[in-house]
Design a protein around this ligand. Structure first.
Ligand SMILES: N[C@@H](CCC(=O)N[C@@H](CS)C(=O)NCC(=O)O)C(=O)O
Length: 223
């Protein structure tokens, strides 16, 4: 059985949880605090970052959400997530990287720093200027999601793909931290409601970070 080392608001671990669940791969969650992790976690990943997937029986270790998702894409036939022609697969990977890097760098990362790390680790107040900037940039990213959904059924085209799960994973963490305002983003909001109502999403929505309650509508699939 695979063990997934993660914490509830790690968007990259959420992306892996969604992909594993869609593909029907069984795993057990192991809670880890990046940068304040146990020695056994550092021995699996000296970089101290989540997610890490470990199969203790075979001593296989997979690190990095994209490497993990690609591994299961290559080894599990069920529910292909990087699919279609070479051109279509390149578009899926482009969008995954856009959300993993730009959305995380602009929105999820600053929100996690200001609303989670400062509260739980540094015991300081969030910087309202950083929060305002993150929310402004979230609107710009959601404008792009609106445009994609106005032009295709799913983010990367006609098929549900890893691009949708990578984006929804980032957005779900930003939403938990109060950084998403759906006003003016009806196409993106309708797409996100569909993502939220997938069975693979349910366990994520019920997961809580102690000391940081989510907004009232966060787990409501109709909200
Ligand atoms: N590219 C990596 C990013 C992983 C990452 O940044 N994880 C964060 C938690 S969400 C982390 O462990 N941060 C601690 C650190 O960078 O020291 C992936 O996709 O897995």
């Amino acid at each position: 059985m695979w063990h997934l080392y993660q914490f509830p608001l790690c968007p990259f671990s959420r992306k892996v949880r969604l992909a594993l669940s869609e593909k029907g791969v069984a795993y057990e969650l192991k809670r880890e605090k990046p940068r304040d992790a146990s020695d056994s976690f550092y021995s699996l990943n000296p970089a101290g970052r989540t997610p890490v997937l470990h199969d203790p029986g075979r001593n296989h270790v997979l690190i990095d959400s994209q490497a993990i998702c690609e591994y299961f894409e290559e080894t599990v036939d069920k529910a292909p997530l990087i699919l279609g022609s070479a051109l279509a697969r390149a578009e899926i990977r482009r969008l995954v990287s856009l959300f993993d890097e730009s959305f995380f760098g602009d929105v999820t990362g600053p929100l996690l720093q200001e609303k989670m790390k400062k509260r739980l680790v540094l015991r300081s107040s969030p910087d309202s200027r950083v929060l305002r900037d993150a929310m402004r940039l979230a609107h710009e990213h959601l404008d792009y999601v609106d445009w994609l959904i106005d032009n295709h059924r799913w983010l990367a085209g006609a098929q549900l793909s890893l691009a949708d799960f990578a984006a929804a994973a980032q957005i779900s963490v930003a939403d938990y931290l109060g950084g998403i305002d759906w006003a003016g983003h009806e196409p993106a909001h309708a797409w996100y409601r569909v993502m939220k109502s997938r069975p693979s999403f349910r366990p994520l929505l019920s997961d809580k970070m102690e000391g940081i309650p989510p907004p009232r509508d966060y787990a409501d699939v109709n909200a």
